[in-house]
Design a protein around this ligand. Structure first.
Ligand SMILES: CC(C)(COP(=O)(O)OP(=O)(O)OC[C@H]1O[C@@H](n2cnc3c(N)ncnc32)[C@H](O)[C@@H]1OP(=O)(O)O)[C@@H](O)C(=O)NCCC(=O)NCCS
Length: 180
């Protein structure tokens, strides 16, 4: 799998190699990371990240149609994003980046990835609930929407019905391209 760099790139010049020193290929890339589909063995790390960010975990193992992708750096899971599909809509949920890695573009990278996966699954509308990151999502094209206007299949999810506080802001983004 190809390593990815976050949306905000930090340039590091590789060390020059010579006859006595390892060349650039031997230099460990500090920001080398991959975003990959989650595996069952990621559960504990994912749960810890979500608990730390006070995001819902009660239905993590049971929500129907929930897929997750994780950000892995040097064999450690340091970020996650989830997509809970219902009909042609989906909830973007469980987006978190470990505190030490925030502000470097990884949250945006995870969001872009989940949007691409949703598009490939034929999802037309993304919806999310957030108490803390409205500005972050606005910057990525999400607009506030009244909860009552969200497709019913999404309103029936546990995250929507009971896990997210009523004070959470509901936001949406269309993935329609204008072509059918
Ligand atoms: C939201 C979150 C995933 C963003 O991850 P990140 O790796 O820091 O994001 P990026 O580096 O890609 O983007 C940083 C930008 O988003 C903004 N941003 C990040 N988190 C923000 C937040 N909670 N509220 C408002 N803006 C936020 C930063 O100010 C920055 O803006 P700038 O580029 O104009 O300086 C991360 O802050 C996080 O894990 N928060 C806790 C969990 C959470 O609130 N999740 C969302 C609810 S589902």
């Amino acid at each position: 799998m190809m390593p990815v760099m976050p949306n905000v790139h930090r340039c590091r010049r590789p060390l020059e190699g010579n006859k006595h020193e390892p060349g650039p290929l031997a230099v460990k890339q500090p920001a080398a990371a991959i975003v990959r589909a989650s595996r069952a063995s990621d559960y504990t790390a994912v749960r810890r990240l979500l608990d730390d960010a006070q995001l819902p975990t009660a239905d993590l193992a049971s929500a129907p149609g929930l897929r997750c992708w994780v950000l892995e750096m040097h064999d450690e899971v340091v970020g996650v994003v989830g997509l809970e599909c219902a009909d042609r809509g989906a909830l973007v949920r469980s987006l978190v980046v470990a505190r030490d890695h925030r502000g470097q573009g990884w949250g945006s990278e995870l969001l872009v990835r989940v949007e691409r996966e949703a598009g490939e699954l034929g999802i037309r509308q993304l919806v999310l609930l957030t108490e803390t990151a409205q500005r972050f999502f606005s910057a990525h094209g999400y607009a506030v929407i009244d909860r009552g206007r969200v497709p019913e299949a999404l309103q029936r999810t546990a995250e929507f019905r009971s896990l997210c506080p009523v004070s959470a802001v509901c936001m949406t983004k269309s993935l329609e391209t204008g072509r059918d």
